[in-house]
Write a protein that binds this ligand. Structure first.
Ligand SMILES: Nc1ncnc2c1ncn2[C@@H]1O[C@H](COP(=O)(O)OP(=O)(O)OP(=O)(O)O)[C@@H](O)[C@H]1O
Length: 984
């Protein structure tokens, strides 16, 4: 892979001279102007650019690091039949099979024999590359070879004999040690970009990490593993991770722990490490760190370009790891999702190219980070090239085989063209885009982003695989021959965090997409800046995105159309002109030659005729003719030569013509291809249009439904309002009815009360009459008493005068008189008491009447509130039940929704006013009564009744003595007034 902003140094430079291999708006520009391996005008471009690479052969020119690793014979075959012989530590001889001395020698940067173990291989070939990665450079390591040659073994190894990846992980984490950040605050993105994560994103990343670390060992597949293991030969590479346990991983790293540690000059820096794992299966890229259920289709990922035209995999999951164990577990999690199958040659053969990448982000000055460096190391386990008749694949396996072979073929082609370009100083188009594999590694292969490329070529020495082995070696030789040109060191400031933060900070979108929290391209990055200002809903964003996509597609199509038409027209015109010109030219040339030679031949014939004529035999003449003849013969010889030369030239021209014709044919084919592409694009466009139309139709239907629903809501709102009005009317009506009933009951009550009052008044009159009588009786008695007293005095005087005369008679008379006086006094006392009682009764009755008058003088019988208020005055009312009924009624209706009482005093207020307690003096009672009346809601119509009420009769003007029979009594007056008002 070609990742990391460590290469900021030549990003700027490279982006300038990097020919436009295309954005998605002009996706195939190079192909349009140059199909196949067409030569591109201009200076030959540098091919691989990696200045730090050491020169690894004696020529002094750095080359791609290609090593050969030989797989040991598992089923021992006699040594004499080995296809390869190691000649030195970097040269092997391949036995071509037909004769013992027919061998081809191949040179590699190093050759590892069958006895070289994983540790030695790592220390010799991988260690330096990991160091370079730790120092901020990018590394890409391929494992290449035929199927079953040991590629997976070299990259992964097994738990007892770990390969490149576990050893690299250990070396990396051992070396970074305490400089690792505990939190994933900084995340690399695309190729050179980075994010500063906010709290939510950190949490999100932690979730992904924890999910993987909790599920890296899938128990469910243990059975599959057992069945897989039972099919495996002893010593086969373990592809499935299911036999791994936490324990075994710890044991493995424990076993490796002393293997190596790099001393780095850290300074004030901190590191975060991120891993990703993807595979290219059947020409589609898949994220291995996302699991899908058995019946779920995996979503392929797309390749995209960053602002510097570096290729990266869009939306690929990167997981933050803090230890070698964690990284290994994440990788193991991914390996569960790998496509592995068994074929005739390998029981667990990789069916895809898989790429495991470790990204290191070095942040300087962590307290106030301004700059950072991103480097990456990628391990690409290529699927093995396969001979179909040997693997005996059918069905899906056959398709996989074809795809694997095609992509490897394209890889070979790319290396070949690169080599040819270097060798001849030419600039033929490298067909990176013909397969996903080469397209993915295009940046590294073109030398952009300064990625160190290394290839471990794995070979199985079985004689049965001789042909495949020869091909692999041939290809390796080409790769190895590719040299890397030196690039000028550029000193440019590193991109600062401030800029990155501004460009890359992104608000979280967890609700919509769990898998892609990172900004995908520059446009969306810019859009993400706006997100802080205005929140765009997902739907809006999608709609806008689709709209833009449609517009872009349209533009693209039009551009394609125009370019194709122009190209077509241009080529046709060029072809016609060329053919015409060439034909004319050759025809003229042939004509001229014909004329010239016929002339020459004619002359020669004439001269020959003269020479052979005997009549003209004269010595001088003969001699002259002879010399002329010789001249002619010489001339003829010359002409013959010229003729041959001309014929050769004609032939050459014909060849050129043929070549041009071929060229034109190629162009024709190219045009045909573009036409096919255009048709494809058109079909795609039509399909998109159909999809859009479908979406539009669906939208229309939904819109219509929405309209209908709105209408329905409006209708329902209308009917709800009508019902509301109806309820209000009903409430008013009910109130009116209640009032009427109350009025009637009050009138009845008033009648009854009037009767009671009249009765009381009659009683008072009677009592007063009785009192009068008593008074009269009292005065009579007083008179009698006075008379008796007088008699008594006279009698006592007489007794003194006539002492002893009739003394006893007189004494008895006196005693009689005394008892009569005592009786009279007693009667008098009784009468006085009775009189007092009567007077008290009269007073009480008068007070009751006064109270009744005060209460009944109020014309408020129209209102329930007043009625209730009256009911609360301490009156001996037998009609209280009426009010109680009313209260109950009100309480029953109180459950009505509050909104129906809008603009009115709520019923509860009425209830409160109903419970108003009127106590105290008549005046204070009056006041309270007035307040109660004022608070009572009454309809306008009813209020008018109060407003137009007749003036109150002043009760002080009503006579209160016995003359009330002749004048209108206050109770009667009150009764009449009340009736009058009720009528009004
Ligand atoms: N150097 C080695 N030492 C011991 N065993 C090896 C070595 N190389 C390969 N093997 C064994 O050979 C078998 C096939 O190897 P491996 O699966 O790595 O092949 P491959 O090239 O990855 O195949 P494919 O392309 O089909 O996936 C495995 O069982 C592995 O253990």
């Amino acid at each position: 892979m070609f990742l990391g902003c460590s290469n900021w140094k030549n990003i700027m430079n490279d982006s300038k001279d990097h020919h436009s291999t295309g954005s998605y708006v002009e996706p195939r520009v190079p192909s349009i102007t140059g199909f196949g391996q067409r030569k591109i005008n201009g200076k030959p471009k540098k091919v691989l650019d990696y200045s730090l690479e050491k020169c690894n052969d004696h020529s002094g020119i750095p080359k791609i690091d290609v090593c050969l690793r030989l797989k040991p014979r598992i089923n021992s075959v006699p040594t004499g039949l080995d296809t390869l012989t190691i000649l030195s530590d970097n040269i092997v001889a391949c036995n071509n099979g037909n004769a013992r001395d027919d061998v081809t020698e191949y040179t590699f940067s190093s050759v590892f024999g069958p006895n070289v173990d994983q540790k030695k291989f790592f220390d010799t070939w991988v260690y330096d590359k990991v160091l370079r990665f730790l120092n901020g450079n990018n590394e890409l390591l391929f494992a290449y070879g035929t199927t079953n040659a040991g590629k997976t073994y070299t990259i992964h190894g097994n738990i007892n004999d770990p390969g490149m990846i576990p050893r690299t992980l250990l070396l990396v984490f051992n070396s970074l040690n305490k400089k690792l950040m505990s939190q994933c605050k900084y995340k690399p993105d695309k190729v050179i970009a980075a994010h500063i994560l906010d709290e939510k994103l950190i949490e999100y990343e932690e979730d992904i990490r924890n999910n993987i670390l909790n599920n890296w060992c899938n128990e469910k597949t243990q059975d599959d593993l057992k069945s897989c293991m039972s099919h495996m030969d002893e010593g086969q590479t373990i592809h499935s991770i299911d036999q791994l346990t936490n324990q075994s991983i710890i044991k493995m790293f424990d076993y490796l722990k002393n293997d190596g540690i790099a001393s780095l000059d850290h300074g004030n820096v901190s590191y975060t490490v991120w891993v990703s794992y993807s595979e290219i299966y059947n020409e589609s890229i898949y994220d291995l760190l996302i699991t899908y259920s058995a019946n779920q289709k995996r979503a392929p990922l797309k390749l995209s370009l960053d602002q510097n035209k570096n290729v990266y995999v869009k939306n690929l999951t990167h997981v933050f790891v803090q230890s070698a164990e964690e990284a290994y577990k994440v990788m193991s999690f991914g390996r569960n999702n790998l496509r592995i199958a068994s074929n005739n040659l390998n029981k667990s053969s990789s069916r895809s190219h898989c790429i495991f990448t470790l990204k290191l982000m070095r942040v300087e000055n962590i307290e106030n980070p301004k700059t950072a460096v991103i480097s990456s190391i990628s391990f690409c386990d290529l699927a093995g090239s396969e001979r179909l008749k040997k693997t005996m694949n059918i069905g899906d396996r056959l398709t996989e085989s074809k795809n694997i072979n095609t992509s490897l073929l394209v890889l070979n082609k790319c290396f070949s063209v690169l080599r040819e370009n270097q060798k001849r100083g030419e600039n033929h188009l490298v067909p990176y885009r013909e397969s996903k594999l080469t397209q993915m590694f295009q940046t590294a292969l073109t030398g952009n982003n300064r990625t160190g490329i290394s290839m471990a070529v794995n070979v199985d020495m079985s004689p049965s695989l001789l042909e495949e082995t020869k091909q692999v070696l041939f290809m390796s030789a080409i790769v190895r021959a590719i040299t890397k040109t030196k690039s000028k060191p550029v000193s440019k400031p590193r991109p600062s965090f401030a800029i990155w933060a501004a460009n890359n900070r992104k608000s979280i979108k967890l609700a919509t997409s769990k898998q892609s929290p990172i900004v995908e391209d520059e446009n969306s990055l810019n859009e993400s800046k706006c997100e802080h200002k205005s929140v765009i809903s997902n739907e809006d964003f999608e709609a806008r995105f689709k709209e833009k996509e449609a517009i872009l597609r349209k533009e693209l199509l039009q551009q394609f159309h125009t370019i194709l038409n122009n190209n077509n027209a241009f080529h046709n015109k060029q072809k016609e002109t060329m053919i015409k010109n060439k034909t004319e030219m050759y025809e003229n040339k042939i004509k001229r030659l014909k004329a010239y030679y016929s002339e020459e031949i004619k002359e020669r014939d004439e001269k020959l005729a003269l020479h052979s004529n005997p009549n003209l035999t004269n010595t001088y003449e003969n001699n002259k003719n002879k010399s002329e003849m010789e001249n002619y013969e010489f001339r003829i010889g010359e002409l013959e030569i010229q003729k041959e030369e001309l014929l050769a030239e004609i032939n050459e021209l014909k060849n050129v013509h043929d070549l041009k014709k071929e060229d034109i044919d190629v162009k024709d084919r190219e045009i045909e291809n573009y036409k096919a592409m255009l048709e494809e694009a058109n079909t795609e466009y039509e399909q998109m249009e159909n999809v859009i139309n479908d979406m539009n139709n669906k939208f229309d239907v939904l819109y219509q439904e929405l309209e209908d629903k709105n209408l329905e809501i409006e209708r329902l709102t209308g009917s709800l309002e009508a019902k509301d009005n109806y309820i209000t009317e009903m409430e008013l009506l009910q109130e009116e009815r209640i009032t009427e009933v109350a009025e009637q009951k009050i009138l009845k009550y008033m009648d009854e009360k009037m009767e009671t009052i009249v009765g009381l008044e009659n009683t008072i009159i009677k009592l007063k009459t009785k009192n009068k009588k008593y008074n009269e009786e009292k005065s009579n008695m007083a008179k009698q008493y006075q008379a008796l007293k007088q008699q008594y005095l006279q009698m006592s005087k007489a007794t003194e005068e006539s002492s002893n005369t009739n003394e006893s008679l007189l004494l008895s008379k006196l005693t009689d008189k005394d008892s009569k006086i005592a009786k009279l006094q007693e009667t008098l006392q009784k009468l006085e008491n009775e009189l007092k009682d009567n007077e008290n009764k009269v007073k009480e009755l008068q007070a009751t009447i006064d109270n009744l008058k005060t209460a009944h003088v109020r014309p408020s019988t129209k209102s329930i509130g007043v009625v209730t208020a009256i009911s609360n005055i301490q009156l001996p009312l037998k009609s209280t039940d009426v009010f109680e009924d009313k209260e109950n009624m009100l309480e029953k209706t109180d459950h009505r929704p509050q909104r129906r009482c809008r603009n009115k005093t709520p019923i509860s207020t009425i209830k409160k006013s109903k419970k108003l307690k009127i106590e105290g003096t008549p005046d204070s009672c009056d006041k309270k009564l007035d307040e109660a009346i004022a608070n009572i809601p009454i309809s306008t119509r009813k209020r008018k009744l109060f407003d137009n009420k007749p003036p109150l009769i002043d009760s002080s003007n009503i006579p209160s003595d016995n003359s009330m029979n002749s004048v209108l009594s206050p109770a009667r007056a009150l009764f009449q007034v009340t009736k009058l008002r009720a009528k009004q």
